[in-house]
Design a binder for this molecule. Structure first.
Ligand code: PPE
Length: 323
């Protein structure tokens, strides 16, 4: 077997394939999953010129709700603007299309992936003149780092690759090309047999995971890198900061050194896919007691209560979808 094929084989064993059924919203209309295709010479494929979102819809006792849909749509359009891309639909149309995609596929809970990218017309670095293709897909995506991760925490390494610097790319954009940097970090984590990587910025401060923001807890105070640093300022990060402050925890946004993170009482990741995932070990160093910490537990429970419509106070974060 060729090495590439062997590698693919390993991945296929670990990760479930996408479902290939249901409908995908593609440039304004619903098409069968398998028919949502683009040309091999699409600009976005060659130059990573696309922007996307990852959104979750939760099934609750009060019905299905999409978590912070407005913020996700706003970020998608901001990401596009940073790359001078004009999404050919209004935010209102995109918002309705996202809800309709969930509805038409009959999901009570799912992950939602809207994407806008330069399509097929001509190649060359400058994308101007290419069409902007848009799609929205939905599928079931369970716990990002595994069911066990949420309860018992995950093992991480510091990646030898630095997180992309804000002077290199507009890191606040959730752009497809930015994920090559994330992939390199993920490869290292996989090769070293751990669950996830943590990336430092070019100055050696803690930045974020390949698809998650990071928090440290010391003496019941939360620390996380500033929104203006080398991170994608996550919507889950923002939600957890708000929830934590409402509970009465102090949250400090500041540069965090590697040593500070390693000597923290607790650490955890946040993200749409990762939700609130405790970190129990980094580079073979046990964090705190090597399990989900006290503050992390409180915040994780509250976060799940919020997304599951059990907290009246945060209902404005939930967008109902009737299915
Ligand atoms: N940083 C990065 C680099 C990132 O990709 C994400 C989301 C976050 C932080 C957290 O952002 P937010 O989801 O708004 O809290 N990563 C998405 C993609 C994951 C993937 O593997 O694909 C996600 O969680 O949906």
């Amino acid at each position: 077997m060729r090495p590439q094929a062997e590698c693919l084989d390993k991945v296929i064993k670990m990760v479930e394939q996408l479902p290939e059924e249901g409908k995908i919203w593609f440039n304004g209309a619903f098409v069968d999953w398998k028919k949502a295709q683009v040309h091999v010479l699409a600009h976005g494929l060659h130059y990573g010129s696309g922007v996307f979102e990852g959104i979750r819809c939760y099934a609750t006792e009060k019905g299905s709700f999409i978590f912070r849909l407005k913020e996700h749509v706003d970020r998608m359009y901001r990401s596009a603007a940073l790359y001078k891309m004009e999404i050919p639909y209004t935010k209102a149309v995109m918002t309705d299309a996202i809800k309709e995609t969930v509805r038409i596929n009959g999901f009570d809970a799912c992950y939602i992936r809207p994407i806008a990218f330069y399509g097929y017309h001509h190649l060359g670095v400058n994308p101007a003149g290419n069409p902007v293709d848009c799609a929205i897909a939905t599928w079931r995506w369970g716990a990002y780092l595994g069911e066990d991760a949420l309860k018992n925490g995950i093992r991480c390494i510091f990646s030898s690759w630095c997180r992309i610097d804000p002077r290199t790319l507009p890191v606040t954009a959730k752009a497809t090309g930015h994920y090559l940097n994330s992939q390199l970090a993920v490869f290292e984590a996989t090769e070293r047999g751990v669950d996830e990587a943590i990336m430092l910025d070019i100055n050696g401060y803690v930045a974020e995971g390949p698809g998650e923001n990071i928090f440290a807890v010391k003496n019941a105070i939360l620390y996380t890198p500033e929104a203006e640093s080398a991170i994608l300022p996550g919507i889950t990060r923002d939600s957890v900061i708000t929830i934590a402050r409402d509970i009465g925890y102090e949250v400090v946004e500041k540069p965090i050194t590697k040593a500070e993170l390693l000597s923290a009482d607790e650490a955890f990741f946040t993200g749409t896919a990762a939700e609130v995932s405790p970190i129990r070990e980094i580079d073979d160093v046990t964090i705190g007691e090597g399990k989900r910490g006290e503050v992390t537990s409180v915040l994780q429970k509250k976060f799940f209560d919020v997304v599951n419509a059990k907290e009246e106070k945060y209902m404005s974060w939930l967008e109902p979808v009737s299915i």
